[in-house]
Design a protein around this ligand. Structure first.
Ligand SMILES: [Zn+2]
Length: 280
């Protein structure tokens, strides 16, 4: 029969173990945990842009729409292999209006929506990975995807950000938009153009999808995003940007407030406006 002091020591030891488990959560452990929550949801994969909408900025050499589709198709394979039900908003080089993309996501009550994009900027030095969410329910998914993608990429970490992109605002299910690097940055564009790197991106996004219920809650005690510390962002405010970019960002913000008043606008025009918002 254990004595009271023995029980007390046992309790203290189990507390210590629980504490250590929370604070020494490694990538390997996260990966293991991420394998547990794969089944159940329908993952709606949204390859950004397509058809006449090339994505990126005018004169950009690498077409964003091609990179997003390739990563999306790789992600589909990775997730399907682990037993996830997967739906693509586009599976070829076609233009799909944002409203249609959202409608596809909203037609599954148990869906999660993952929109894949690459960034662009006039300044070729701009680089890094950033992940957007809008609704509070989307934050765990955003944190988990960002944890893996930013953790596995050679690019800098531009953090999880909250922003009212159309596909994030209008989806009734957890929705995330991940910017997998800058195609206007020579180093990041070179990575994006290799199949092995796009495969890695797909695998990291998949790890985030599978780990959405475990990674974010475990990391909540550390410096990873919580709903309270990420305010809604009018535009870039987490990185140092050149004055000209800051000026542009204010204009974009004005544009987005104007857009809100004209809600009858077709989704396609917002697609163009939204793509302009991708830091150029
Ligand atoms: Zn894009």
């Amino acid at each position: 029969m254990p004595t009271n002091s023995y029980r007390l020591r046992l309790f203290a030891a189990s507390l210590l173990i629980a504490f250590l488990e929370c604070t020494t959560f490694s990538t390997a452990q996260a990966r293991r945990a991420s394998k547990d929550s794969g089944s159940g949801a329908t993952v709606v994969i949204d390859a950004g842009h397509g058809g006449y909408d090339r994505g990126g900025i005018p004169g950009q050499r690498v077409a964003e729409k091609e990179m997003t589709l390739d990563v999306a198709q790789r992600l589909k394979k990775v997730l399907a292999a682990s037993g996830c039900r997967v739906v693509m908003t586009r599976d070829g080089d076609v233009f799909v209006p944002l409203g249609t993309r959202v409608a596809i996501a909203n037609s599954y009550s148990n869906a999660i929506f993952v929109s894949i994009h690459f960034n662009s900027a006039k300044r070729s030095g701009a680089g890094g990975i950033e992940t957007y969410f809008y609704s509070r329910e989307s934050l765990p998914l955003a944190s988990a995807i960002h944890y893996f993608v930013a953790g596995g990429a050679p690019s800098s970490n531009r953090n999880v950000r909250r922003r009212g992109y159309y596909v994030l605002r209008k989806t009734a299910v957890p929705a995330v938009l991940v910017e997998c690097g800058f195609l206007t940055n020579p180093t990041e564009a070179a990575y994006a153009q290799t199949a092995s790197y796009r495969q890695k991106l797909a695998e990291e996004i998949a790890a985030g999808v599978r780990g959405r219920n475990t990674v974010a809650s475990t990391l909540a005690t550390t410096r990873v995003a919580t709903g309270e510390n990420i305010p809604l962002q009018p535009y870039i405010d987490q990185t140092k940007v050149a004055k000209s970019e800051r000026h542009r960002s204010k204009r974009s913000h004005k544009k987005s407030t104007r857009r809100k008043k004209k809600s009858s606008k077709p989704a396609g025009s917002e697609a163009k406006a939204a793509s302009k918002d991708q830091e150029g």
